[in-house]
Structures are given as structure tokens and as C-alpha cells.
Design a protein. Structure first.
Length: 124
């Protein structure tokens, strides 16, 4: 459980930065070189490489070097981790909202019954 939490923390930490999210979004269209990925960002290449290393260390991307070009590829395994956590949260919150709905509709039904009972007594 603790290992799962650490992995989840690192995955979400990687997503917490807009530059890294933009890189992942771009890689969704297919592999790209570091220079292509860095082009839209107004930062020095060493600073950009920190983002690439972080994404690689957290399992979001893989890189391979062919000659002088390093190409990044999106890895889909982390999506499964995020999707699993989101599904757990969805189940928890659906259960809570279902109970809230039952409470509210039960309260409303009882209020209508009590009002109808009082109105009948007043009419008598």
C-alpha cells in the first residue's frame, strides 16, 4: 500500500507542472525529438531537460537516442495507475452522493406525508 501511494504521488507530481503536461499532450500525437518538444517553451534546454528526466523517471515517457537525436515516446502504463485511483474515488463519491440523495428524497417524502396528514386533520 505504501509503495502504491509513493508511485501515485510521483505520477501526480509529474502532472502538476504545466510544461510536463504540455509535453505529455504533445507526445499523445506520437514520438518527438527533444528539440521539437522544447521548441514551444521559452526556457533553456538544460531546464527543459529536467522536465524530460522527471517524466522519464516517473514512467510517463521513455527516450531513445539514435545518432545525435534523442526521441521521446509516451508510455501508457501510468495512465492505468491514474485511472485505477480515479475509479476508486468515483466509487467513493458515487456512494456518498447516492446516500445523500436517499436522505434528501426520504426526507422530502416524509415531509409530504406529514403535510398531507396535517392537511387532512385540518379539513376534518
Amino acid at each position: 500500500m505504501a509503495q502504491h501511494a509513493i508511485a501515485l504521488d510521483s505520477v501526480f507530481h509529474a502532472l502538476s507542472d504545466p510544461t510536463r503536461r504540455a509535453v505529455l499532450s504533445r507526445l499523445g500525437a506520437g514520438p518527438a525529438s527533444i528539440s521539437d518538444l522544447a521548441a514551444p517553451f521559452d526556457m533553456a534546454l538544460p531546464s527543459f531537460m529536467k522536465h524530460i528526466r522527471h517524466l522519464e523517471q516517473t514512467g510517463w515517457i521513455s527516450t531513445r537516442k539514435a545518432g545525435r537525436v534523442r526521441t521521446c515516446t509516451l508510455e501508457t502504463g501510468q495512465f492505468d495507475l491514474v485511472e485505477g485511483w480515479l475509479e476508486e474515488q468515483r466509487q467513493v463519491w458515487e456512494g456518498r452522493t447516492d446516500r445523500l440523495e436517499q436522505f434528501v428524497t426520504g426526507r422530502t417524502s416524509n415531509a409530504h406525508k406529514n403535510t398531507a396528514h396535517i392537511n387532512r386533520k385540518a379539513d376534518s
